[in-house]
Ligand binder design. Structure first.
Ligand SMILES: Cc1ncc(COP(=O)(O)O)c(C=O)c1O
Length: 402
């Protein structure tokens, strides 16, 4: 069996789906872009700009066709919407799920095309199917999660999974898109399939640059940090080093046309998938133990109200990072710095929103003042790792309550 088939077979086995309904890309954001282009009926070829990067373009001609979304996310998850000529319709996130929830009787506008639901950190989003609106599921943080209804039917028309940097698997590259064969949006789904099926592997030069990512990172980690950051900037400006998020991506752009994974990427994806159970086992164990430990700490009189744990954590199989919410933004900042100076690696996804922070929120059709709840939760949340040794995690918890 070909490598690609084996990756798809493994994904299908893990999710109780069929291999032919899976499509692979170099980065998940490319799979999302192809999907949004297919849904919007827009040509998926990006315009070539002078510096070999491709711009979003067409914004002036934009018809207002919306996609429900949230700003508590990575910029790379919203860029595909923008670049496909669509307009995000943001909703406030809830502190319980770190994703948006809708009223039971929510009615979309007649120009709403799709709803993108993010399983934030692995907490299942409260997906609600909306009549006439395509349901999209962002499982970037929880590769292998396809949310289902009480009868076991997948809720999403399209489900997005990432093999990217800082995700579940140590692959650094790779995206996987599952297209629901039973979707009611037949014509649109056929276009999604066509776009994804047509992708080819990156050319030799680009493939080589992707291959250099890991060894170059190894060099950056071994040399003094000021030198490393200068070298990284230089190699990035020359296009030799491709960082996980490029500067143009902070301006709402896609940086290159989409491609399918090359052979060595497929090998890495397959190897990582073979270790999938081991990877999630450690996270499952740590997620569970963290929940127990934090709850028992919170029961102590002196710790009451020191932090809040999002309610949705309990319904997660595993978390990629464990969120804790402090009463104030200042305290969250202080604890984050405290943990870092003690040698730990806490996380602060997604503060700022559209992480790691975009140049111009207007380009994202976003006005932070209209989303006080999201901004507040973002500023008060930090995350503990779930892939570290338990002793390290325990040490972090001690400092959190200290
Ligand atoms: C929620 C979310 N969706 C999508 C993506 C895009 O994934 P990739 O890096 O594989 O393109 C990311 C990346 O960080 C993400 O955090």
């Amino acid at each position: 069996m070909q490598l690609e088939e084996r990756v798809k077979r493994r994904l299908a086995d893990l999710t109780d789906t069929m291999p032919d309904d899976w499509f692979l890309t170099v980065r998940l954001r490319e799979g999302m872009y192809e999907t949004f282009c297919a849904l919007s009926g827009r040509d998926n070829k990006l315009e070539l700009a002078e510096n070999d990067q491709k711009s979003a373009g067409g914004r002036k001609k934009r018809k207002r066709v919306g996609v429900l979304a949230q700003s508590w996310t990575c910029a790379t998850a919203v860029n595909p919407i923008l670049t496909a000529g669509l307009t995000p319709e943001y909703h406030e996130i809830s502190a319980d799920y770190l994703s948006y929830t809708l009223d039971k009787d929510f009615q979309s506008g007649h120009d709403t095309l799709a709803a993108l639901w993010q399983h934030s950190l692995g907490i299942p989003a409260q997906i609600q199917q909306i009549k006439g609106v395509v349901t999209l599921e962002d499982s970037a943080h929880c590769l292998g999660l396809i949310a289902r209804d009480e009868n076991g039917k997948p809720l999403a028309d399209v489900s997005f999974h990432s093999f990217g940097v800082e995700k579940l698997l140590p692959t650094q590259f790779g995206g996987a898109v599952w297209v629901n064969p039973d979707s009611a949006f037949n014509t649109k789904m056929e276009q999604v399939r066509q776009n994804l099926r047509a992708l080819t592997s990156p050319d030799i030069g680009l493939n080589l640059r992707y291959r250099l990512y890991k060894p170059l990172n190894g060099v950056f980690n071994r040399i003094p940090s000021t030198l490393a950051s200068r070298l990284k900037s230089y190699l990035t400006s020359k296009g030799v080093f491709i960082p996980p998020i490029e500067d143009a991506e902070l301006r709402g752009e896609m940086t290159r046309n989409s491609s399918a994974p090359s052979k060595w990427m497929l090998k890495k994806m397959l190897n990582a998938l073979e270790n999938y159970e081991v990877c999630i086992h450690q996270r499952q164990k740590n997620t569970y133990k963290l929940c127990q430990l934090l709850e028992s700490e919170l029961e102590k009189a002196e710790n009451k109200g020191k932090i809040e744990i999002p309610k949705g954590v309990k319904s997660a199989d595993y978390l990629i990072r464990f969120p804790i919410i402090f009463p104030t933004a200042e305290l969250a900042r202080k604890k984050f710095d405290h943990l870092k100076s003690a040698g730990y690696w806490p996380g602060k996804w997604y503060n700022p929103t559209f992480f790691p922070g975009v140049h111009d929120a207007d380009k994202y059709f976003y006005n932070a003042e209209e989303f006080p709840q999201t901004q507040d939760v973002a500023a008060r949340t930090i995350q503990l790792p779930t892939n570290a040794q338990w002793s390290e995690i325990e040490g972090m918890v001690k400092l959190v309550f200290n």
